[in-house]
Structure formats: C-alpha cells, structure tokens
Design a protein around this ligand. Structure first.
Ligand code: NZQ
Ligand code: ZN
Length: 386
C-alpha cells in the first residue's frame, strides 16, 4: 500500500425529514446565497423546505445552474456574492449545482482574471485565494461531490477539473426521499457514475490494499444488486438510501487512499460531454468497456480479481474470465437503459478527431495509472466504441 494522507471534514446529515437541522449548521444573522439548478427544487418543493428551515438569516437565491455548469453562469453568482457580501453558500441540487457552488466559493474571493487562472491552471496557481464556506442539500446521488473537494466546470467546449483543500462542503444533507422525483434516466446515470468512480480507483494494478479492494468490491456489488431494482421501484426508501450512501462513499477519498488511480475513462468521457452534450454517466458507459477491451493486458491482475470477486466468474481460462467480466459490465449498464456505443448517440468515426484534439489541447497525452495511455490509444478506444 502506498503512503497517503486522508482528510475529509464534511459532516453528513443522513436520512428523512432532517432539513430543519439546517438551522444548527448555518448561524443566525448571516447572509446566505442558496444556489440551485434549472428548477427541479422549485417544482418539487425542496427550495421552500430549505428556506423555511432558515429563519433569521438573510436569504438570497441564484437559480439556473445548468448540467455541466458553465463558467459564465457561475460568474453571475460570483457577482452577486461580491455585491451582497454573502457569507455562506448553500447548494441545493445534484453534482452540477454542488460543483458550481464550489467554484463560486473560490472565485468570489479573487479577481475575474484569477478566476480564469483557477479554472485553467488549478487552485495552486492563485496563491492568495480563499473560500466562502458552503454546505449542500443533495438531490441526485451520483458524483460524490457532496463529500469531496472536486468540481468539474465547463468553459467553451471543454470541461476543467478544479480541486482544492478549501472546497470540501462544511456539511451535506443526504435525504434519500428528496431524490424520489428523479426520472429513471438520472437514477441510471447515478448508478453508472458511482460504479465507474469505484472502478477508476480499483481496476488498476494490485498494491495489497485489502481494505480498499474489499470496500470497492462491496460498493460495486451493492450497485449491481440495487441498480435495476431502484429504477423499477422508484419510491422504495431502503433502495434509495443505499444508492445515496454507496454513491457518496464511492468518491470521498476513502477507497482511493493508498492505491493507484486511473481516471482515463473520466477524462475521455468529459470530452464526449463537452463536444456532443452526452450526459456524464453515459459518456463513461461508452468509454469504460471499450477501454478495457483495448487495455486488458495492462489491467490483467485487477480485471481477474474483479471478474472473480465482483461477478463471481469461475472460468478456468483467464482470458475468458476477463472477457466475460467486460461483457457483464456492459450488459449491466445496458440493463439500466444506458447505451454503451458512440453510434447509439449519433457519433460517427469522423467526430473522433474533435475528442482527440480536446485531449491534446489539455495535455492529456499520458493518461491512466501508468501514464502511458497516449492519444493514439485514446483514438483506438474511441474507434472501438463506435
Ligand atoms: O437543474 P434541475 O432542474 O435541478 O434538474 C437536474 C438536472 O437536469 C435534475 N435533477 C437533480 N435532482 C433532481 C432532478 N430532477 C428531479 N428530481 C431531483 N431530485 O437532474 C439533472 C442532472 O443534474 P446534474 O446535477 O447535472 O447531475 P449529476 O449529479 O450527475 O452531476 C453531473 C456533473 O457532475 C460532474 C460531471 O462532470 C457533471 O458536470 N462530476 C463531478 C464530480 C465531482 N465533483 O467529484 C465527479 C464526477 O465524476 C463528475 O465528473
Ligand atoms: Zn463521474
């Protein structure tokens, strides 16, 4: 196992009917900006519940944060924070709203040009930056953003990852019943995104991380067990509670500490979202099976472990074992209603160049746990995914 630091300060309030406890964690008298998306929290009453849980605070609202949140939209929220001297931010929504709020939290403490440096070059490039404290009320289990410090922000036809030790939420309210209103396609997205987060931290190469491996395998098996059932039983509290908690645990630093991490499926997937508007999770479902088909020799030991311990495949022949694990994973995504081929989304061979250029412009020429996934290999993965 590698050396590691583990730090995660986010306080979790898990369970039904707990929004009234927001008043315990947002002090009286402060100016709060509530940030939300395109209106689901208005339509389904969550915004109203949040507001009535916060008497004696000055509340402002910023709605309209889109999926794959855009820099320009977020900078309008930054203007509001600066103009109104907002002291606390509260994200009410899914990963896009939470990620957007993280960016607003940082960008509100620096100049506009520094906010662009933050986006393009990362947190370390703006030394004087601070962060406005923020909390979250989660409405979509998927990204783990409610308990991690990362944010993915769109600018033009690119997506940038911003990470900082200052952008862990102070708290997150995870009420599974707030997610009952999700359409089936978003539930499926959540299952697949959480699944691939675990995979990025697990199907690499072995370093004797027994806790990390067993926990990763546990989350994967849980997601396989509850994924379809959650879609088919959208009002089942226990299923939803398990989806929420597994998704949070999939990307909060726990299973990734002390082990190699890949993230090439995400980096290639981000380009598919940025250029073709494919949902984040759907982009991952396209890239992952194809990436494994191309890179199975690199990941041989862990793919065999995944085949045996997650899928229970007992074939004697190792190649058959690995191929079966890949096809079972593809079938799992498809069983949730998520298509796994580029052509299913109308993308053709001639479109692949845009993705390769996007990766090239960001310097993603050596992706993966072994840093040897070149642009040529990315191209093969995409061609194989057509
Ligand atoms: O905008 P509204 O009207 O709220 O509707 C949203 C949106 O259209 C809707 N929705 C959310 N909660 C709902 C609901 N509809 C009905 N009932 C509810 N309870 O769902 C749609 C999608 O929301 P979004 O927040 O975009 O989805 P998700 O949580 O999947 O977030 C995706 C974003 O997170 C980034 C992705 O790149 C993408 O930008 N990621 C963030 C990560 C992180 N911070 O660690 C890691 C991930 O790998 C990912 O990259
Ligand atoms: Zn993801």
């Amino acid at each position: 196992m590698y050396n590691f630091n583990f730090y995660n300060p986010t306080q979790i309030f898990f369970g039904k009917d707990r929004l009234n406890e927001l008043s315990k964690v947002i002090p009286e008298g402060v100016k709060v900006l509530i940030l939300f998306g395109g209106g689901s929290v208005v339509r389904f009453g969550t915004l109203e519940k949040v507001k009535s849980a916060l008497p004696n605070r000055t509340l402002f609202e910023f709605g309209g944060i889109e999926p794959n949140p855009h820099y320009e939209t977020l900078m309008n929220a930054v203007d509001m924070v600066k103009k109104l001297d907002v002291e606390f931010l509260l994200a009410v929504g899914g990963g896009s709203v939470i990620d957007g709020t993280k960016f607003v939290s940082l960008a509100s403490t620096c100049s506009k040009s520094d906010s662009l440096t933050l986006l393009f070059k990362g947190f370390g490039a703006v030394p004087q930056i601070k962060a406005i404290p923020f909390g979250t009320v989660l409405t979509l289990p998927a990204t783990g953003s409610e308990m991690n410090a990362g944010a993915v922000i769109s600018y033009g036809d690119s997506k940038f990852v911003v990470m900082s030790p200052l952008t862990y939420p102070k708290f997150s309210f995870l009420d599974p019943s707030l997610t009952f209103t999700l359409p089936a396609t978003q539930i499926a997205n959540g299952v697949v995104d959480a699944f691939v987060h675990v995979i990025e931290q697990y199907v690499t190469y072995p370093v004797a991380g027994a806790f990390q491996d067993n926990t990763a395998e546990g989350i994967l098996k849980n997601l396989i067990e509850i994924g379809k059932k959650t879609i088919d039983n959208p009002m089942d509290y226990d299923l939803r509670a398990n989806l929420v908690w597994n998704a949070t645990m999939a990307l909060n630093g726990l299973i990734g500490s002390g082990v190699p991490q890949d993230w090439s499926t995400h980096m290639i997937g981000h380009e598919l979202t940025a250029h073709f508007g494919i949902d984040h999770a759907k982009s991952l479902a396209i890239v992952l099976p194809s990436l494994w088909e191309i890179r199975k020799d690199k990941k041989r030991d862990k793919l065999m472990q995944f085949a045996e311990r997650v899928w229970g495949i007992t074939e004697i022949n190792d190649d058959i074992k690995i191929n079966l694990a890949i096809s079972k994973t593809r079938d799992f995504f498809e069983s949730l209603g998520i298509k796994t081929r580029l052509s299913d989304y109308g993308i053709k061979a001639e479109d692949i160049e845009k993705v390769i250029n996007g990766l090239k412009s960001k310097g993603f020429t050596g992706l993966s746990e072994s840093k040897d996934l070149t642009l040529e290999i990315s191209r093969k993965i995409l061609e194989n995914a057509l």
